[in-house]
Design a protein around this ligand. Sequence first.
Ligand code: ZN
Length: 172
Amino acid sequence: MSLQGQYLGMNVAIPDLDQPNQEFYTHCGQGVLHLQACVKCNLLRYPTTTACPWCSEPESAWMPVSGKGTLYSYGEVHHAIQPAFRQFTPYLILLVELDEQRDTPSPFDGLRINGNLADASGELATPELVETVGIGSRLRVVFKSIGDGMAIPLWTPDTEIEQESPWRYPDN
Ligand SMILES: [Zn+2]
């Protein structure tokens, strides 16, 4: 058995053996981003894993997080390998640093989550929206339901605050 969903016409299957990812995407399906917190050192982590990357403790507990963060880095895809993404090029692959646990456990660490840019309803961003974000943009998580109680997290500009001018890679 597995959880079965669909995204952009592609099948998504997460087998029962992969309990951590089933739980991660099911929490997303319920509308609140959760991350695993180590029961020994208390550090949150991403991506989901079966042991703490800092202290190796296997036990963890799911903790809700704010789902707000800052764009730490990004890549812009102009040639989509997945056919389902071709209609959305150029699109961004984001690395979002969450507000929780910045500079922890060292000044070079933080909770950084990859994902795509979307509008407020979770649809992949138009090129016009893509042009508005860059490094430093304030983002919040949105969810796109994919079925079987699951959703995938995507990121959209936080419109409740005034955005400072983000840094973008120069055009060639
Ligand atoms: Zn730990």
